[in-house]
Design a protein around this ligand. Structure first.
Ligand code: NI
Length: 170
């Protein structure tokens, strides 16, 4: 089942999400729904707060559904190590229509639990490293525009306000 993606302005997007403690059927169902929602929206990552669920959970697929091996579920993820840097274009399904260059670590090592609650480590570079950092930010109530200069961020916020006033940001 597809879920509604909440957009910038909703408080849940700027709230620190709660750890997942229940690894039952409901979590597995939510993960399935999040993948379906992400693929439909043509994203490479989706965090639970983006579907109005304030839990520390994110799904990622840097192949956009082309390679089942790239399907990644991170429950209660923690960044273990960041290395190097990369600059690249980034967007967010909760801030549609805006893409900006964002500086991130080039390599990220993350420890997380899977949908059954088992711990594992994942090492990502390039797009996977970027996606993991972007999605884990979401779990801490941080959006990619917070990595931009104040000037760029204010410009985007003003444009969004205009869209909100025009009723084009729902
Ligand atoms: Ni995002």
């Amino acid at each position: 089942m597809r879920l509604d993606i909440v957009k910038y302005g909703e408080p849940v997007l700027e709230t620190v999400a709660r750890p997942v403690t229940d690894f039952g059927k409901e979590l597995a169902q939510l993960v399935d729904n999040m993948f379906e929602t992400m693929y439909f929206a043509k994203g490479v990552g989706l965090a639970a707060p983006q579907v109005n669920m304030s839990w520390r959970l994110t799904v990622i697929d840097v192949s956009s559904g082309q390679d089942p091996n790239d399907k990644l579920v991170l429950v209660n993820p923690q960044i273990v190590k960041l290395e190097g840097s990369q600059v690249g274009e980034e967007g967010c399904l909760s801030i549609p229509g805006f893409r900006e260059q964002v500086k991130r670590a080039g390599k990220a090592i993350v420890r997380a639990q899977n949908v059954k609650g088992e711990f594992f480590d994942v090492t990502g570079e390039e797009l996977l490293a970027r996606a993991m950092q972007h999605e884990i930010d979401h779990l801490n109530g941080v959006l990619f525009i917070q990595h931009l200069s104040l000037l760029k961020r204010d410009l985007i916020k003003r444009k969004i306000k205009k869209l909100q006033k025009a009723g084009e940001w729902t």
